[in-house]
Design a protein around this ligand. Structure first.
Ligand code: SF4
Length: 76
């Protein structure tokens, strides 16, 4: 899965949401999040993010961000 990280806070762009083929972005408290079970790992959102906030969960220390993204996407 891909996850949204802290660089998203205060970002005003929603280019990522527009390109996602499965609509798995959700609004968190002050940033967007990706539902980790709905993301199909296509990667098209990553280069669209001007804040470099979207990262693959295969990078180091992403566990807390996966849980954060899950928590806020499941509020909907
Ligand atoms: Fe959506 Fe693909 Fe980004 Fe996952 S990797 S959030 S499916 S655009």
């Amino acid at each position: 899965t891909y996850v949204v990280t802290e660089n998203c806070i205060a970002c005003k762009y929603t280019d990522c949401v527009e390109v996602c083929p499965v609509d798995c972005f959700y609004e968190g408290e002050n940033m967007l999040v990706i539902h980790p079970d709905e993301c199909i790992d296509c990667g098209v959102c990553e280069p669209e993010c001007p804040a470099d906030a979207i990262r693959p969960d295969t990078e180091p220390d992403m566990e807390k961000w996966v849980e954060f993204n899950r928590k806020y996407s499941e509020l909907w």
